[in-house]
Structures are given as C-alpha cells and as structure tokens.
Ligand binder design. Structure first.
Ligand code: ADP
Ligand code: ASP
Ligand code: MG
Length: 440
C-alpha cells in the first residue's frame, strides 16, 4: 500500500486534478489518496467563520457567494459529460446550501469546525465524480469514519488503525481509495480538524495505520529546500533528511510540512517523500531513518514567538524552582519551545499567546517577569551540526550584526536555535544562506 497526498495547489485547478488522476493510476500498487481542499478554500472558510463569529452575516453571505461562483466555474472545466456535470453541480449546491443555512443559526465552536470541513469534503467528492467520468474504479473513504483525535486533541492512532482496517476490509477487491485530509472527529464525536496544513498529518497517520511502503506528499515545490523560499531568493532542494531533521524543520516553520506530521511515519518507519505535482520527475526529498550526511542541511523560521524572562537572584538556583515555573505553563496547556538559563534568570519562549496574562500573573511571585513579543525562532537543522567543523564559527560570523536574544543547542543533536526580533528575520535568513551554504 502507498499513500499519496495532494495539497491545495495540486488540486486547485481543474487541469491539476486531471494530472493527479494520472499520477495515482500509474503503478499497480494499491493507493490511498489524500486530498486537501482546493487552494484558497480553507482561508475563505476561515473568513466566513470569523464574519459569523462577529455577527456579520451579510459579509459571510457575500464570501459564501463568491466561493460558490468559484466552484461553479471549476466544475465546468473539470468535467465534460452533462450527466457528471449535473452530479457535480448537485454536490456544490448541497455544500453551499449547508453554508447558507449555517448563517441563520447561532454560531458555536462546533459549527466553526463543520464550516472548515467543507473544503476537503467538496474536493474529494468532485474528484471522485471526475474519476467516475474517466471510468477509473475507486472507493471514496470518508475520513470522518476513521480519523480520530482524543480529548487532548492528539490523534488516536490505535482507533484510526482499527477503523481504517475495517473500512478497507469491505473493499478487498479495490486498489484505489480517495479520502479527505485535515478533517476528523474528536472525543465528543463532533467534526474537528488536525489544524491548518493538517492534510500532511492525515497522510502520515494513514501511512502508519496501514504500514504503507511509502508516504508521498505531493506539493508545489520539488522537496524540502535548504532555506525558506518565500523569504530567500536562492534555495536548493535537499535529497535526504532523517525523520528527526524533518520533524525539527517542520516544527520550526518549514511550511512544506505540518508541524507535527512526521512522528506517525517515523514510528512505523515509513519513508516520506516530498514531491512536486508540477514537475513529477524531479527527485524531491526522501525522509527516512538515516540522515544520509552530516552537517547543516537547512534553516527554518517560526514567527509569532513570545520570549518570557524570569529574573530572580534569590530563587533561581533553589531546588524545585524550574519545576514551579514549568507547572505554570503546564496548567495553561502552553508548550515551551526554547529555554535558556543563567545564574540570575531563565528565559523561555512560547508560540501560544492565549493565556499569556494568566501565565505572567502566576510567574510574578517567582521574580521579575519581562516579555518580548514579535520574536522569531531561526532553527539551523542538520545531523551532528555542532560537532561538524567550522559550523559554529560560520554561523556566528554570518550574523555578527544581528541582535540575538537567545541561543539554544543540545536539546537534540540536530538543531541550533536562535531567537531574534522578527524585524531581523529576513536579514538573518539571508546572511545564514550566504554564510552556511554560500548561496546569495
Ligand atoms: P500544500 O498546499 O501542497 O500543502 P504548502 O503551501 O502547505 O503546500 O507547502 C508548500 C510551500 O511551503 C512551498 O510552496 C514553499 O513556499 C513553502 N516552504 C516554506 N519553507 C520551505 C522549505 N524549507 N522547503 C520547501 N518549501 C518551503
Ligand atoms: N485545507 C487545510 C488547510 O488549508 C488543510 C491542508 O491543506 O493541509 O489548512
Ligand atoms: Mg500544506
């Protein structure tokens, strides 16, 4: 079994969907195809939801109308035969009727999740109609019947495995399965999702659940690049990464992968391939157990970071001090990304501001609390990086003019993290691209 996931841009135009159909029918191996919503759709659904949350029903209706027009035009180029086009029109009408009905009832978090699910539900149903028109035998597997998260919003892999196996068991004669990325059901049995970009996570969870031979993530770029191509001009694709390296890059901002999507594949040792739908013959990146080489592989940046410093000359070295600090973050379910300590202060970073005021209030009895917002974590990721000759020298030479707020190395052997004010992110990424990779 092989898993093939196609992101928003890979299904965002009718001709791309046609190409996806070709890619998934090439080999003889059974395939589970995971589709995202058409590009732009989830953003539009988020916008609709926030208008409704604010009580702006007219704005919400205008967004719904615009999105519906997009889908009506999309299916006209997707399909040729009138009976299949009628089928697709009925699907589009059904989903937009649902969205229009929702504007009339009172808004809730559960409703918000229902709205966000419409993108993947539509993309897969429309793709299925296209496959039918082409006479391609397949089964549409509803993700809501097997993708589960628990009360802590973490994927429940054993439940996913059991439910998916039972569904596949009903179709032992079939070789092609289509399912939705991103969407799932939560512990309360409501529709939920795996957070933005979550279709990658779906693919990796499915790959782990069925113990697939490979999990292919098809997107709009030829693999993981050495630096953020949205910020830096000259970047190059990386051939091979270890699971740990890929997980660090994803977590620290390489948008090509959902932040936590690597662990399921890693747990089952399923190789992950990052491939380009627009250039299917390009080599891409293979993520596997072995790192392949030592030294720096790539740099990623994660914005929206808040640094919290607690200064306390009296208590810092006291037994149990750090535990008390960590308990405050635990109480507010806020995870810490970076941590550095000195004799008089401890600094940590968080990316979740929801309970910042409460956290500050509870930390204040321990010492003087200082907050720096709008910070960016720059992560330099590779295999045994600090042991690799010259890396630290090149790194610090490259950024000698940048006001670095924190430095962290040693948590893993794959990552050196720097915290810089977000205003310096672009410059830092460019300087490191030159200093560490010789690319300008
Ligand atoms: P999809 O819709 O297929 O899930 P995404 O937009 O989520 O695609 O991810 C692909 C994008 O990730 C690329 O177009 C690129 O701009 C961005 N990206 C950010 N950092 C990296 C990186 N280090 N390597 C490759 N792409 C990256
Ligand atoms: N459609 C969802 C999003 O845009 C999930 C995904 O594309 O991975 O976040
Ligand atoms: Mg994505």
């Amino acid at each position: 079994m092989k898993v093939m996931k196609f992101g928003g841009t890979s299904v965002g135009k009718p001709e791309r969907m046609h190409q996806v159909a070709q890619l998934i029918t090439k080999g003889n191996e059974p395939v589970i195809t995971v589709l995202s919503a058409l590009s732009g759709t989830t953003n539009a659904l988020v916008e609709i939801s926030s208008h409704l949350a604010e009580g702006n029903k007219e704005e919400a209706r205008a967004c719904i109308q615009k999105l519906e027009a997009h889908y009506q035009a999309f299916i006209l180029s997707l399909l040729r035969q009138p009976n299949f086009l009628d089928k697709a029109k009925a699907i589009v009408a059904e989903h937009f009727e649902f969205l229009n009905i929702i504007t009339r009832i009172s808004f809730s978090d559960a409703l918000n999740k229902d709205i966000l699910a419409q993108g993947e539900l539509m993309s897969t149903r429309l793709f299925s109609v296209y496959l039918e028109e082409q006479g391609i035998d397949h089964v549409l597997l509803p993700a809501l019947e097997f993708m589960r998260i628990d009360a802590n919003e973490e994927p429940n892999l054993p439940a996913i495995r059991t439910k998916l196996a039972a569904l596949l068991q009903q179709h032992t004669d079939k070789k092609l399965f289509i399912t939705q990325g991103y969407i799932c059901k939560n512990a309360r049995g409501e529709v939920d999702n795996l957070k933005r970009g979550g279709s990658d996570y779906t693919a990796s969870l499915i790959a782990a659940a069925v113990n697939a031979g490979v999990c292919e993530i098809w997107t709009d770029i030829d693999g993981m690049h050495n630096n953020d191509p949205r910020v830096v001009n000259k970047t190059i694709a990386i051939e091979q990464l270890s699971f740990d390296e890929a997980a660090e890059l994803a977590y620290f901002g390489a948008k090509i992968l959902h932040p936590t999507c690597i662990w399921p594949a890693q747990q089952q040792n399923v190789p992950v391939k990052l491939l380009n739908t627009m250039e299917p013959s390009a080599k891409g990146t293979t993520i596997m157990h072995e790192a392949g080489s030592v030294g720096v592989k790539a740099i990623a940046a994660k914005d929206g970071i808040i640094a919290i410093k607690i200064r306390s000359s009296r208590m810092l070295l006291a037994y149990g001090f750090l535990r008390k600090v960590f308990e405050v973050f635990e109480k507010y379910k806020t995870s810490i990304d970076m941590i550095t300590t000195s004799e008089v202060a401890v600094s940590v970073t968080i990316d979740q501001p929801t309970f910042l005021d409460e956290i500050i209030r509870e930390l204040e009895p321990f010492g003087v609390v200082e907050i720096d917002k709008e910070q960016t974590i720059i992560s330099i990721v590779g295999n045994q990086i600090a042991e690799t000759k010259e890396v630290l020298k090149k790194l610090f030479d490259a950024i000698h003019d940048i006001p670095v707020r924190m430095v962290s190395y040693g948590g893993s052997r794959h990552n050196i993290s720097l915290l810089v004010p977000s205003a310096y992110k672009k410059e830092t990424l460019q300087l490191l691209n030159k200093g560490l990779f010789g690319l300008e």
